[in-house]
Design a protein around this ligand. Structure first.
Ligand SMILES: [Zn+2]
Length: 146
């Protein structure tokens, strides 16, 4: 069910689309509190990642569930203009995949955090530290020295 009017939705979307959105600010302050140093919006990198950890060669994107086509409740598409939204979101997802590939080829590790994941702070914190610490340990996920 699409309960928002077209006007409401476009207002909402332009907010979500803009830089320095609520979810992104929340992530930044969480990462900061965890003690990691980062840069924001490095335009010289593919896709202009939201957070960049140069020393860890890692980047982080904060994805709005709607625009990036997440399979959660927030990612549901409007019931009107179905073809239009399908096409738009399909293109966004393609771009995301291309950007991830370009970054990985250039030696960056990439993590995407979904907007809906931010609600659960402790799980998100684990995800973030897991990602960033793995990198510090030499970029070998799941391997430990005995
Ligand atoms: Zn989501």
């Amino acid at each position: 069910m699409d309960t928002l009017s077209t006007e409401q939705r476009s207002r909402l979307m332009s907010r979500i689309r803009g830089r320095d959105t609520g979810p992104e600010l929340l992530i930044r302050s969480m990462v900061h509190k965890l003690g990691y140093r980062f840069r924001v919006h490095r335009r010289d990198l593919p896709g202009t990642p939201d957070l960049v950890f140069p020393a860890r060669r890692s980047v982080l994107f904060v994805h709005g569930c709607f625009w990036h086509g997440h399979s959660c409740r927030c990612g549901r598409r409007p019931s009107s203009n179905v073809a239009f939204w399908d096409e738009k979101i399909r293109k966004n997802k393609e771009r995301d995949a291309r950007v991830r590939m370009q970054l990985r080829r250039a030696g960056w590790r990439v993590l995407a955090v979904w907007q809906c994941e931010i609600k659960d702070g402790s799980t998100l914190e684990k995800k973030l530290t897991g990602f960033l610490e793995r990198q510090a340990a030499g970029g070998r996920p799941g391997r430990r020295c005995s």
